[in-house]
Design a protein around this ligand. Structure first.
Ligand SMILES: [Ca+2]
Length: 207
């Protein structure tokens, strides 16, 4: 209650705006707290020349959001769950050409008290003088499950200096990554078991 009261005092005079959906209950209005939230520089995509495409310029009554590379081309796509309507997939075309990247999937070892989906694990990617952190987590948005793979955008950096996994059971280990723009699969029990570029066929299974 204390936190709520403080938040109310911090807000500027509210501005009623129309509800975003014609199906909303009569009299529903929302407070515009954009400036109070420090988002005064936040702009609608239509303000930047529509480079993101028409989809993001449309208004939808969306609640759930899941992100993941659904077409396995190296960039992160977005799936929106809408009220009273079908979900919308915003496929990221060209994002994989904007810079280098690395996708990491973890497989935990239940024998070491780590869940097989590795939820709770953390991946630390050091490249180009920066440390990037990615968490394997579930439930990032309402009724939605995002990709459990950890995606690192590397920009112009084409080499990973260190890739460390802090497994959910508390163990930490580093793994050698010799190339970027790839999907890497790390098994806690066996190490790196797959490293593949988009479209690259899986190696044949041993007889
Ligand atoms: Ca993609």
């Amino acid at each position: 209650m204390i936190g709520l009261a403080m938040a109310e005092r911090a807000l500027p005079p509210t501005q009623a705006v129309p509800p975003p959906s014609p199906d909303a209950a009569p009299g529903v209005a929302f407070a515009d707290a954009t400036a109070a939230s420090g988002l005064s520089s936040f702009r609608h995509v239509s303000d930047v020349g529509g480079s993101a495409g028409e989809a993001l310029a449309a208004a939808w009554p969306s609640r759930g959001l899941a992100v993941g590379d659904v077409d396995r081309d190296g960039d992160v796509d977005v799936l929106l769950g809408n009220i009273d309507g079908p979900p919308r997939l915003l496929r990221n075309d060209g994002g994989n050409r904007a810079g280098h990247w690395l996708s990491v999937r973890l497989i935990g070892d239940p024998g070491r008290n780590c869940p097989r989906d590795a939820i709770g694990s953390v991946v630390i990617c050091t490249a180009g003088g920066l440390r990037r952190r990615g968490d394997v987590a579930s439930g990032r948005s309402q009724l939605s499950q995002s990709d459990l793979r950890v995606h690192f955008g590397l920009g112009a950096v084409s080499r990973v200096d260190r890739l460390e996994v802090r497994w959910a059971n508390g163990q930490s280990q580093s793994y050698p990554v010799t190339a970027v723009d790839r999907f890497v699969v790390i098994d806690q029990a066996r190490g790196i078991i797959d490293s593949r570029a988009p479209g690259e066929a899986a190696p044949p299974r041993p007889e």
